[in-house]
Design a protein around this ligand. Structure first.
Ligand SMILES: NC(=O)C1=CN([C@@H]2O[C@H](COP(=O)(O)OP(=O)(O)OC[C@H]3O[C@@H](n4cnc5c(N)ncnc54)[C@H](OP(=O)(O)O)[C@@H]3O)[C@@H](O)[C@H]2O)[C@@H](O)CC1
Ligand SMILES: [K+]
Length: 520
């Protein structure tokens, strides 16, 4: 079973182009397939706009050539087309310019200097739809010169924009927005998605992203490695641990949740419920004695143990009990609502040093960040589940950098810490140090305190049930997002809470479970 969508860097795309040329497929052939495919996609997306007044804004590079080709095809199908070309095109883009002029004489104007950009302002005011072909994967930093001026005019116009390959001004390989950038309603990624189509904040400028087929010989796809995979329901379904028909609660895994503090009992309960609803057979909770009755009352299915407490948190003396109980379990989820202080720190350190399999979340990540050498020292199998802020603290990196380049950061931390890293979304990036998997399910219902606690529990539940750490992390993140979508079907994302999401998990899992749901 393969993940649906592969994500490629600009460098990988250039390799595809090179390999295609070696197979005798010239750049102009690729460009023409891209342009024609884009025109068909635009027509399917909005026939009204596609047959109205269409203006292509074209750079001198390959992206401009795509726009010229797409616009020529829209014109041949009846649209009223115009093109503005910035600078002097070269290579296949010059061929596209010739072809456009041949079909539509007097409909193409070339701009050579910034002083001439007023022509673009006038044309754009008359257009129903703008095709953005100013810059594509050729941009590695903020746009300069004519291209920058044109981007600013497109942005100021407020016209509906379809971006070819990517909105001009974005850098293909990450989610950073290094300067002025076009905001598109539809982005037509040529051949494959690039990281900028998925990672914020750039992804927010792409609108709907669709992939247009480019005429690469099929075999060249096997010659380049994707930088990430976007997973889907059938892929996640194939990773689900099996549930033998005659299984019992002992078959499906025993988990210890070490969580909770005064004022944060709910975190422990949500985490334990996530574990149970992900299929764990038995879930024990070790929480500070003062919150023990609350956690027990919140979740009748869990076995709750009062731990020694100080300042409303587990005390350093609870560490020995945590390790003792952990050794009787398949794995431990530690961190939700644990609090920050000497007790939680001691408990986390003791669990890491004991070598038990661990899902490390929330305040346990904080404790780890106080002493990152713990992760470099010997430890058992670990899944780290940081949000961007927790990741930034752990990796000593700027949060914006971690967010916009999370594919690279998730893989890097997985390698340096020998852990499975779940860098939470949107999208969530999961890596065990090799391939990176992106889950794009979910919505803003997950932006409520308590969501992460549910996810950490789910990942523990899947892992204890027999999934590999990587599979548990991928499936957990995917299904958690799916449950948020189900919880908000016909309901508001602002009002759907983590307990609604956790309550939707039976249906979210059902939607990915392969048939038959149980093995005999
Ligand atoms: N096989 C193919 O050919 C296929 C190509 N395809 C299409 O081609 C696109 C890639 O084409 P590309 O490589 O020509 O890059 P592209 O994004 O058009 O920009 C190049 C221009 O940008 C300029 N420039 C650079 N930095 C800049 C800056 N900071 N600020 C301002 N300008 C800057 C640079 O100027 P220069 O530095 O040369 O003066 C150069 O003129 C790709 O995204 C896809 O759409 C697909 O159809 C598939 C087949
Ligand atoms: K573009």
């Amino acid at each position: 079973m393969k993940p649906v969508l592969k994500v490629f860097t600009a460098e990988a795309i250039r390799t595809l182009d090179r390999r295609a040329a070696e197979h005798g497929v010239a750049p102009l052939l690729l460009m023409e397939s891209a342009g024609r495919g884009a025109a068909a996609e635009i027509s399917a997306w909005n026939r009204g706009l596609a047959t109205g007044r269409v203006l292509a804004v074209c750079g001198k590079g390959g992206n401009g050539g795509d726009a010229l080709s797409a616009t020529r095809w829209l014109g041949l199908a009846g649209a009223d087309v115009q093109a503005v070309v910035l600078g002097t095109p070269h290579g296949p883009t010059a061929e596209q310019e010739r072809a456009f002029r041949a079909s539509f004489p007097d409909r193409l104007v070339a701009i050579r200097r910034a002083a001439e950009l007023n022509v673009l302002r006038t044309r754009i005011a008359e257009a129903d739809l703008v095709l953005d072909g100013i810059l594509g994967i050729g941009l590695a930093q903020g746009a300069r010169g004519l291209a920058r001026g044109a981007i600013e005019i497109v942005v100021a116009s407020g016209s509906p924009v379809v971006a070819l390959d990517l909105p001009s001004g974005l850098v293909a390989d990450c989610g950073a927005v290094p300067g002025p950038a076009v905001r598109a309603e539809l982005t037509l990624a040529m051949g494959a998605l690039k990281p900028c189509h998925l990672l914020p904040p750039a992804a927010g400028l792409c609108g709907e992203a669709r992939v247009v087929d480019v005429a690469y010989p099929p075999s060249v796809w096997d010659e380049v490695s994707p930088v990430a995979h976007v997973v889907d329901a059938s892929f996640c379904g194939s990773l689900l641990p099996r549930r033998p028909r005659f299984g019992h609660k002992g078959t499906f895994g025993k988990i210890l949740v070490v969580a909770g503090a005064v004022g944060m009992a709910g975190a422990a309960a949500l985490c334990a419920e996530g574990a149970l609803r992900a299929g764990a057979g038995l879930v024990h909770v070790l929480c500070p004695e003062p919150v023990f009755p609350i956690v027990a009352a919140l979740l009748p299915e869990a076995l709750v143990h009062p731990g020694r407490a100080a300042d409303g948190m587990l005390s350093p003396e609870a560490a020995a009990e945590a390790v003792r109980r952990a050794q009787e379990m398949d794995l431990v989820v530690v961190g939700p609502g644990l609090g920050r202080g000497p007790g939680p720190k001691e408990v986390v350190h003791a669990l890491v040093a004991s070598g038990v399999p661990l899902v490390v979340d929330a305040d346990a990540l904080f404790a780890l960040a106080q002493d990152p050498s713990l992760l470099r020292a010997g430890h058992g199998e670990i899944i780290l589940t940081p949000h961007v802020g927790e990741f930034a603290r752990l990796a000593a990196v700027d949060p914006d950098e971690a967010m916009s380049d999370k594919i690279r950061w998730a893989r890097g931390m997985a390698r340096s810490s020998r852990a499975t890293v779940v860098l939470k979304g949107p999208p969530t990036a999961v890596s065990g140090g090799g391939d990176v998997y992106l889950t794009t399910t979910g919505n803003t219902a997950l932006a409520h305190g308590g969501s992460g606690d549910v996810l950490a529990g789910m990942i523990g539940g899947l892992w204890a049930g027999g999934a590999t750490p990587l599979a548990a992390a991928v499936v957990g993140a995917y299904v958690h997002g799916l449950a948020a979508e189900l919880a908000t079907a016909g309901a508001s994302e602002r009002a759907a809470l983590p307990r609604d999401v956790v309550g939707s998990l039976p249906w979210a899992f059902a939607s990915i479970e392969p048939e038959p749901r149980r093995d005999s």
